[in-house]
Design a protein around this ligand. Structure first.
Ligand code: ATP
Ligand code: MG
Length: 201
């Protein structure tokens, strides 16, 4: 399976999502996390910490995709028209990541309308960094996105992610430093389960 993680605005959690989906998929088979973002966030992150359960590689390198069961792309910002063609291929899924705030949704909606007009399937929208204390923000975002395939599971805002970024480890590895680390990881596990379900139904 090939998962591309993209978004239409900076800082919405694309790299964090790509990293944790790569972790999730590594329980199911061999995984390569491909960093195609000019900032090389996931590559730098992967070099900071100890051994990871997947390979993290630079998109500019030649990659033997046949050697892996799954690939996850941390892509640069907005999806391109070529992305739409990729979505027609079986086993290819585009995960569009957004925070639930108005500016992020304003940036995302034109892309979603293009996708719907082109009859795209195999894509979904993941709400990230949802503030747990303000469920109405998530509810408003769902209303704005009601015409589109939005994941039921969201990723909530947790400081554990910043700790995991600093240490170059997945969020579950900071469980002794942050009491919400495993709760944060379980959000990504549930997103992974939902992603599998959406891919095969
Ligand atoms: N669910 C979350 N809760 C709290 N902080 C988060 C969450 N997801 C990501 N972050 C933090 O938000 C910041 C931006 O996340 P990330 O780098 O994953 O976003 P991005 O969309 O890839 O950004 P960029 O546009 O720079 O590539 C990072 O500091 C990260 O640790
Ligand atoms: Mg990034």
């Amino acid at each position: 399976m090939h998962i591309t993680v993209a978004g239409c605005k900076g800082g919405v959690g694309r790299s964090t999502t790509a990293i944790h989906l790569a972790c999730y998929l590594s329980y199911k088979g061999s995984v390569v996390l491909v960093d195609a973002d000019p900032n090389r966030t996931t590559l730098i992150w992967s070099q900071r910490g100890p051994h990871l359960p997947f390979d993290a590689l630079d998109a500019d390198r030649s990659i033997d995709f046949a050697a892996y069961d799954h690939s996850v792309f941390d892509s640069p910002l907005r999806p391109t028209p070529e992305t739409l063609q990729e979505l027609a291929k079986p086993e290819h899924y585009l995960l569009l990541v957004t925070t639930p705030d108005t500016f992020a949704l304003d940036a995302l909606l034109p892309t979603l309308r293009t996708f719907e007009a082109a009859g795209a399937t195999h894509y979904g929208v993941l709400l990230t960094r949802c503030p747990p204390a303000y469920p109405e923000i998530e509810a408003r975002a769902r209303e704005a996105l009601q015409a589109f395939p939005v994941f039921h599971q969201v990723i909530q805002q947790h400081t554990a992610y910043e700790k995991s970024a600093q240490l170059g480890v997945p969020v579950y590895a900071v469980k002794t430093l942050d009491h919400n680390a495993l709760v944060a990881w379980s959000d990504y596990e549930k997103v992974g389960d939902e992603l599998m379900w959406r891919l095969w139904h």
